[in-house]
Design a protein around this ligand. Structure first.
Ligand code: RIB
Length: 334
């Protein structure tokens, strides 16, 4: 593939003159400009790497579109993707939708122009799936399978989040909690909905306060905790299940700010088991997602021959720690 120096040599001008013809043609005499353009045509010169990749077909790049780049869950997933990309001499580029559907659509449009090898995505919503399904770019869902109403036949790697939610419910019931809360959102994120579903199947909706959040961040956790802690004493839950560890860390922060003892006054369980869970001020009970495995498997599905199973579902593991260690005395009769 010819470069700018080849064009300069063919036209008998400097590289700077070729650059001016491409970027500031008004600075170049018409006769010289036409001479350079003829050389560009003869040599089939393309202007930059992206255009070269377009001519040469897909670039050796795997794109990962995550919900929240500040969430260590996704950092670990990307590490798994990179372990496969390195084997294929491919580059990994990461973008974060921030949970914004319009932003995600713009990112998908740019990626289609870049002719990436494929996209690994934790989508904001079903419409984004439809865009991916209609685009020619190979794609695999990460951290969730396609929902019943979503037409998706490509690959997906997920964790059984309903099972994860059930495990938390059983864990808290076994410790004597009869008044619980679920903190997380939005419920448009299937992972959140399924965790809540599994949890409520065990503890029952009647004995659970649900505080929906606008996102899955530490700040949202602090806000949701304030709602829970402001409840009258006889309505306040003794345990909260948070849709992910960042929300749980926000709850823990709020408790420590208010002098609420964890787990004595309030037990907390998160989800993901990111590294910060174990190292929190009160080590956080969580549900471990095999994050690097999710990333690795998604990349393998994307680059694979296509005869493997298109859906890989991993089992979550409850990891009990100090934040939910207390066992409540059974309520006395009468
Ligand atoms: O993918 C949605 C959420 O599920 C992320 O925030 C991550 O924490 C996972 O648990």
């Amino acid at each position: 593939m010819s470069g700018i120096k080849d064009v300069a040599r063919r036209a008998g001008v400097s590289v700077g003159t070729v650059s001016n013809v491409l970027n500031r043609p008004q600075l170049v005499a018409e006769r010289t400009r036409e001479h350079v353009l003829a050389a560009i045509e003869d040599l089939d010169f393309v202007r930059n790497e992206s255009a070269r990749q377009l001519r040469a077909g897909a670039s050796r790049t795997i794109a990962v579109v995550v919900l929240d780049i500040a969430n260590p869950f996704f950092t670990d997933v990307v590490a798994g993707v990179e372990s496969v990309a390195d084997e294929q001499d491919a580059l990994v580029v990461v973008s974060s939708s921030g949970g914004d559907e319009q932003r995600e659509r713009r990112q998908l449009a740019r990626l289609a122009e870049m002719r990436v090898m494929g996209v690994l995505i934790t989508p904001v919503s079903a419409p984004s799936l439809e865009i991916l399904r209609r685009s020619e770019v190979p794609a695999v869902l990460v951290d969730r399978a396609a929902g019943p109403g979503e037409r998706w036949t490509a690959g997906a790697v997920a964790v059984d989040d309903v099972r994860g939610g059930r495990a938390v419910g059983e864990h808290l019931v076994h410790r004597g909690h009869t008044r619980t809360a679920f903190l997380g959102g939005p419920l448009s994120v299937p992972q959140v909905r399924e965790r809540q579903q599994g949890f409520l199947e065990v503890v029952g909706a009647a004995s659970t306060t649900t505080v929906l959040t606008a996102g899955l961040s530490v700040a949202e956790g602090r806000r949701a905790a304030a709602v829970v802690l402001d409840l009258p004493q006889d309505e306040r839950p003794t345990a909260v299940f948070c849709a992910n560890d960042l929300v749980a860390l926000g709850v823990l922060q709020q408790c420590l700010l208010r002098g609420v003892r964890v787990p004595e006054d309030l037990a907390i369980v998160g989800y993901d088991d990111i590294d910060y869970a174990a190292s929190a001020a009160v080590p956080l009970s969580s549900v471990r997602q095999p994050r690097e495995q999710l990333g690795r498997r998604a990349a393998e599905l994307l680059l694979g021959s296509g005869d493997e199973a298109r859906l890989a579902v991993f089992e979550p593991d409850l990891v009990p720690r100090a934040s939910s260690a207390r066992v409540l005395a059974p309520p006395t009769a009468g």
